[in-house]
Design a protein around this ligand. Structure first.
Ligand SMILES: CCCCCCCCCCCCCCCC(=O)SCCNC(=O)CCNC(=O)[C@H](O)C(C)(C)COP(=O)(O)OP(=O)(O)OC[C@H]1O[C@@H](n2cnc3c(N)ncnc32)[C@H](O)[C@@H]1OP(=O)(O)O
Length: 790
């Protein structure tokens, strides 16, 4: 194992500790930058003997101000309490009298008399709302303090090495953050990590604290408010929020919204850094989830209304060789999430301490300035001439509601929504793109896309070499060294539950995935880290094969070559449509990138790599472009000439199958095939909604059971297609396409077919066909010919 290198770490392999420092990266578990600093130069430096104690004692202490009191005294909060009381009063009157009395004023003497007769008291309601406001703030507020941070930090120095071989980060990135916070101390840092594990937020705070950067307040779901741990997290920076902000769909919880809005705004004003998980929870699939906009909208509003001069959004990428919190297989199979409890937390910690998870990699990416983001959004809006410009308020808004955030006007204006959505998609895209690929990601990806039935270790190592070549320059690799060693190392980390390694009588090692549904789903989690990177190529390859005419053309067809090719335009147009199928599954481009251009680039790359073939035309590229130019100008040509030219143009733009790379093409198609299978199963299941609506959860269970049966009887080749998350994403797509309607009845989501699809079976078949277009044609197309030939 000593030849294996985690990137930039194992320059001088040491058997006792697999991690070595490399250029630019550091193992944070071994770094105690403050330990060697003597407070008084003449005194004996005990820091050299107790480096961890010295580190935490000597690290910089900050003034972490409490903000609940400030929020409580804010006039806007008092106004929100009144608003909430009036809302309740109206509801109570409605419950007693129906809409007859809805128009009544809140506090006229006569109305109060009427209310008293019906047993309704506004003053009592107001007192209850005041009480509720205090409870909300108490439950929300963080009690971040230096002493608890220091003690926990010391404990982590001792405990983390028990189960992690290292926490790798780039020291330049830390320097960049320090400089940013020193240069503009009144500009808060907003850390936005993609969420994989509970260790994410622990490590972000640990690294910042130990590098003398202000620890952030972290938005934590209130399901983590469990005994003991809840208070600990609160003292370490957590401020608790409801995961679903409005308990009743369609009715805004104004008081809660105001509390969260004001808590965050005042925290930023008081100089706190903030961290939040923009996906709203840990990814269950290994690939990023679609972002949520609530917290970000408050931060942008704080800049807009002049509460803060700017804020720096720091996208944080986190990855693990082996996920510390176990896996999400149960949830993907449709079983309910087990709630967080004290017992579960303790047993989780115990299990973690007794296991080995390899390396954790954490990257603090280049920050975005909110000010700059808003400016560039405005620039685009100006060029477009369509959207409204966004301008920060001329002076601080102190007593009015925001017009653009959680607590504000009833409808958040569309421009603001677009701005927040663009920023959040940009951040998620960047975080995902900057996430380092770990050895386990690479191995799982190869096993699932190429060697589902297993392969010789040397073959997998050669495939890993290819993968590393194809990733070089565009993805950061969290490992280095000989591929055969990396494969063996990754197998060990994934463990016997996921992959088996057997040696035959000739001493050759054979590696294969364990063939259970659970192991495929878990391998899918590791593999999916790479899936977004190959998604566009996979869509292009799948679309190309779907568009290729039948393989059984008789040889006497007039122009065989043209008949077995696809025009570039047709390929791009159809691929664009297919990209839309995955709109809730992947963020395929940044808001600043044009998807069509990205597809064109990706297609050029596929051509360069020999996945597709260009025609061998009998004219030079120069001649072709002149012809194209003339065509575009619509120069005068006679009919025959036009026809001949168009034919030549089309022939020059044709793309053909490359028989030499069929195997690689198949691998590329395999990347998205499991998602396509899930989507197809959902589309096919829609018919059970005919003339009857169904609870969304029941429908999801139906699809998951259907997929499980298909996997069992072999009609679905991908056990990892059993994915509740992808079923949900597909339902969002169908809702967007107006195929289904989702309505909320007393907190339960009911789905039914829209009228058009209810009336006509043909329309439903069109949807099935539209989704079938993203299924690779392994059984009908050129791949099956290749298989037949073998
Ligand atoms: C030394 C060592 C120490 C170590 C030890 C450290 C430990 C230190 C702490 C531990 C800490 C634990 C941390 C755990 C990790 C989690 O617990 S992760 C889960 C919790 N965090 C999050 O969810 C953060 C991201 N989520 C959000 O921002 C969500 O929007 C919210 C705020 C939760 C609300 O979600 P929701 O109820 O689903 O509602 P959503 O559809 O998002 O919209 C709500 C409103 O936001 C606004 N909004 C939404 N989208 C937009 C938009 N695009 N534009 C404008 N406004 C928008 C609108 O006002 C919207 O209301 P409507 O106008 O639609 O009615």
């Amino acid at each position: 194992m000593d030849a294996f290198h985690a990137r930039g770490w194992f320059e001088e392999p040491k058997p006792q500790n697999a991690v070595e420092h490399g250029i630019g990266t550091q193992n944070m578990l071994q770094l105690t930058p403050n330990a060697g600093i003597k407070p008084f130069s003449r005194i004996f430096n005990w820091g050299n003997i107790f480096p961890y104690v010295a580190q935490v004692v000597r690290s910089e202490k900050f003034d972490y101000r409490q903000v609940t009191e400030i929020v409580h005294n804010d006039v806007v909060f008092k106004h929100a309490i009144k608003q909430a009381a009036e809302q309740t009063l109206r509801e109570q009157r409605y419950a007693k009298n129906g809409h007859r009395l809805l128009g009544r004023s809140i506090s006229g003497d006569k109305d109060e008399e009427e209310d008293a007769k019906e047993g309704i008291s506004y003053q009592q309601i107001l007192r209850k709302q005041e009480q509720r406001a205090i409870t909300i703030l108490q439950e929300m507020g963080s009690t971040l303090n230096n002493y608890l941070l220091a003690f926990t930090s010391w404990l982590l120095y001792k405990l983390l090495p028990c189960f992690l071989s290292g926490v790798v980060t780039n020291t330049k990135q830390i320097e960049m953050l320090k400089n940013a916070s020193n240069r503009a101390p009144d500009t808060p840092l907003i850390f936005v990590p993609l969420h994989r594990s509970h260790l994410d937020y622990i490590m972000v705070t640990f690294i910042l604290t130990n590098n003398d950067i202000r620890s952030p307040l972290v938005a934590a779901g209130n399901n983590l408010q469990i005994p003991v741990f809840g208070s600990l997290l609160r003292g370490l920076g957590a401020f608790f929020i409801k995961r679903k902000i409005d308990p009743v769909e369609g009715k805004k919880d104004v008081l809660y919204r105001a509390a969260l809005h004001l808590y965050l705004t005042h925290a930023l004003k008081q100089g706190h850094n903030v961290e939040f998980f923009i996906e709203g929870g840990r990814t269950r699939t290994g690939k990023p989830c679609m972002p949520k906009g609530g917290i970000l909208s408050v931060i942008v509003s704080a800049f807009m209304d002049g509460s803060i001069p700017d804020a720096l959004l720091v996208p944080v990428s986190v990855n693990y060789e082996r996920l510390v919190d176990g896996n999400f297989v149960r949830e993907q199979k449709g079983e309910k999430k087990v709630p967080e409890t004290f017992k579960k937390a303790i047993s989780g910690i115990w299990k973690t301490l007794n296991s080995s998870y390899g390396l954790m990699r954490i990257d603090f990416n280049e920050p975005y300035s909110i000010r700059e983001l808003v400016n560039s959004y405005n620039k685009i809006a100006l060029e477009d001439g369509s959207a409204k410009l966004y301008k920060p308020a001329a002076k601080t808004l102190q007593h009015s509601q925001s017009t653009s955030s959680l607590y504000g006007t009833d409808v958040v204006c569309e421009e603001h929504r677009n701005l927040i959505e663009s920023i959040s998609r940009q951040v998620v895209f960047d975080c995902a793109a900057a996430t380092s690929v770990m050895s386990t990601n690479a191995l799982a990806f190869l096993l699932l896309t190429r060697y589902r039935n297993g392969a010789d270790e040397q073959l997998i190592a050669a495939a890993l070499d290819d993968l590393r070549n194809s990733l070089s320059g565009c993805k950061d690799l969290g490992f280095s060294g000989e591929s055969s060693h990396i494969v063996a190392y990754a197998c060990d980390l994934l463990g016997k539950g996921l992959v088996t390694r057997t040696r035959d009588e000739n001493g050759r090692v054979f590696i294969r995935p364990v063939s259970t549904v659970e192991s495929y789903i878990e391998l899918g989690y590791y593999s999916n880290m790479l899936t977004p990177h190959f998604a566009l190529s996979s869509i292009l390859m799948t679309t190309f094969h779907a568009l290729l005419p039948s393989t059984n053309l008789p040889d006497n067809v007039a122009d065989h070559a043209t008949a077995t090719g696809v025009t570039r335009k047709k390929l791009i147009d159809t691929a664009l449509e297919n990209c839309l199928v995955y709109r809730y599954e992947f963020i395929l481009n940044k808001p600043t990138q044009v998807l069509e251009q990205m597809l064109q680039h990706q297609l050029d790359d596929l051509l360069i790599s020999g996945f597709l073939r260009r025609p061998e035309v009998d004219e030079s590229e120069n001649q072709a472009s002149t012809r194209r130019f003339a065509h575009n100008l619509g120069l005068e040509l006679d009919e025959d000439e036009i026809e001949a030219n168009e034919y030549k143009l089309e022939a020059a733009d044709m793309l053909f199958l490359s028989k030499e790379t069929l195997e690689q093409q198949r691998f590329m198609c395999e990347v998205l095939a499991p998602f396509a299978s899930t989507y197809l199963a959902v589309a096919q299941a829609l018919q059970i909604l005919h003339r009857s609506s169904m609870l969304e959860s029941e429908f999801i269970n139906f699809v998951i059971n259907d997929l499980s049966n298909k996997v069992k009887n072999g009609s679905c080749a991908y056990a990892e297609s059993i994915s509740t998350d992808s079923v949900r994403n597909c339902l969002k797509l169908l809702e967007k396409w107006s195929v289904i309607e989702v309505c909320n009845q007393r907190g339960m989501r009911l789905i039914s077919l829209n009228t058009l699809y209810e009336m006509s079976r043909d329309s439903l078949n069109t949807i099935v066909k539209k989704i079938e277009a993203v299924m690779p044609r392994f059984n009908k197309g050129h791949f099956s010919q290749e298989t037949n030939a073998q």
